[in-house]
Write a protein that binds this ligand. Structure first.
Ligand code: CO
Length: 499
């Protein structure tokens, strides 16, 4: 008997986030749901920070309503979300009660599996979410944010896996957001984790396709004992996205491994999204094909094109190469943090500032916070000189506790603030939307009654129901802009999330 390898399909979340800036409208997904639900996937990833953000920022769509729609259309297959631990789907740490309420509401509205990660791999930032998910009887998947550095050995990741297992997770995911995991590394890591944690701990592997090596990494992970892999339907795959589901399935022939997924149904899903994708050509990522230079900078493709356009706006378009060389140095000074939201933006922005204004002449508040421990503990040793500069800049003491310990109960305050907003419906779901996106939520609440905006265009006439409200940037949504004034000149640097 062939051993079964499970598949998580990414079409409804990460795939369109990576390829068309998270703009896929619910109308354009609904038609594929019946086939997706019957196809035999282990889970369907359909919710996360960028989809939530894009819903309220661009699509005038209530993300909670989207989730309920998915649950209605996909009653059989477990629904999965990506959760940034203590940051929830936002960009700061939230107090534990807010974390608990968020998990509870997400479960009530349809989420079955919570994939929980922390950008720094500080497991203390994952604990509250895991506890909250366990409390409501849902599946808590612990996550290792994969990265490559002189200190990130297989042993270090295996130790992390063991600590997550001790925390009581239901399964574990190795999350390689920038396509850095090479085949042999994948094999060694899966073998190492299985040996240390036992075969009973389910192990999943999430990889992107950007560097061109990771379909082989998936095969090596299968040989080493991985239980489930993440792929995307072929018509929404590759480039900065993921490996194609059908290719993964075909690749297993004759290997002693197989899947439960029905290829006929998958091919119908493929045709559906092939038609849909054409409607979003204006949002299509410019990063296509393969990019192996990411192995050096570790900056994912989508973020790269965004930084490039920002540098151009500063009249410094020719300095991209310097920025790319600066990023690894800044990352070393932080103690080799993995680069994923929000650490990718923080390190990327600081590298831009270092190139434009001189190394550490100007620090962003976020970078200072990172150096002073306000995002959590970093994997390695921080450069003490830079920590000192961060202290002088921010005038805050460095901390070593779990950052959320410093937060006072905030739910009632957030609730009171949300209730003053025009159009807020008073539900906990709306309070959470305001809590996580305080800048975007007021406008969304006020316009929600106008209904969902679909940004897809008819490929023949080029017409869409509504024009996009704001320009898009690469494959990313929710850009963060930093303003820095130096010698009377204002510099704006915008870097956007990627996960
Ligand atoms: Co991803």
């Amino acid at each position: 008997m062939d051993r079964i390898i499970d598949i998580t399909e990414l079409a409804l979340r990460d795939a369109h986030q990576s390829l068309i800036a998270t703009r896929l409208g619910i109308d354009d997904m609904a038609g594929a749901c019946a086939e997706l639900d019957e196809a035999g996937y282990w889970s369907l990833e359909c919710w996360g920070g960028a989809t939530y953000d894009a819903c309220i920022r661009y699509l005038n769509e209530d993300p909670w309503e989207r989730l309920r729609t998915f649950k209605r259309l996909l009653p059989k297959t477990p629904l999965q979300m990506l959760l940034r631990g203590q940051n929830l789907l936002g960009y700061r740490h939230y107090q534990d009660e807010v974390v608990e309420r968020f998990c509870q509401k997400s479960a009530e509205n349809g989420i079955d599996i919570f994939r929980i990660f922390d950008a720094l791999n500080d497991l203390r930032n994952i604990e509250s979410s895991v506890r909250a998910v366990k409390k409501i009887g849902k599946h808590a998947q612990g996550t290792i944010s994969y990265t490559v550095s002189p200190i990130h050995t297989t042993e270090l990741f295996v130790d992390q896996a063991r600590r997550l297992q001790d925390m009581g997770i239901d399964s574990l995911c190795i999350k390689d957001m920038a396509a850095l995991i090479k085949p042999q590394a994948a094999y060694d890591l899966v073998k190492g984790i299985k040996a240390a944690c036992g075969p009973e701990l389910r192990l999943h592997l999430h990889v992107h396709a950007t560097t061109g090596v990771t379909l082989v990494s998936l095969m090596k992970a299968v040989e080493a004992g991985v239980d489930c892999v993440d792929t995307a339907i072929s018509s929404m795959s590759l480039g900065p996205g993921h490996n194609p589901t059908e290719s993964f399935m075909e690749m297993l022939e004759g290997t002693g491994f197989t899947t439960r997924v029905d290829l006929e149904r998958v091919l119908r899903v493929k045709s559906h999204f092939m038609k849909m994708l054409g409607r979003y050509s204006e949002f299509l990522s410019q990063v296509t094909g393969v990019d192996t230079e990411i192995f050096k900078s570790q900056i994912p493709g989508g973020m790269l094109s965004n930084m490039e356009s920002q540098l151009k706006q500063q009249g410094a378009g020719d300095r991209m190469k310097e920025v790319l060389e600066e990023i690894p140095l800044v990352r070393r000074d932080t103690g080799y943090v993995p680069l994923v939201t929000p650490s990718s933006q923080i390190v990327g922005t600081q590298a831009v500032l270092n190139v434009l204004m001189g190394r550490y002449k100007v620090l962003t508040g976020e970078f200072a916070d990172l150096m002073l421990g306000y995002y959590g503990a970093v994997p390695g040793e921080k450069n003490p000189e830079v920590v000192k500069m961060a202290y002088e800049h921010a005038r805050k003491e460095p901390i070593t506790c779990r950052p959320a310990e410093l937060l006072k109960p905030e739910w009632e305050k957030l609730r009171a603030e949300a209730l003053t907003l025009t159009g807020c419906n008073g539900t906990d779901e709306d309070v959470l939307t305001y809590a996580m996106f305080p800048q975007v939520a007021p406008k969304f609440f006020a316009t929600r009654h106008e209904g969902v905006r679909n940004l897809g265009k008819d490929p023949d006439t080029g017409e869409s129901e509504t024009q996009p409200a704001e320009g898009h940037q690469g494959v990313i949504t929710g850009p963060i802009t930093y303003s820095v004034t130096l010698s009377g000149r204002q510099h704006k640097v915008t870097v956007a999330p990627y996960q």
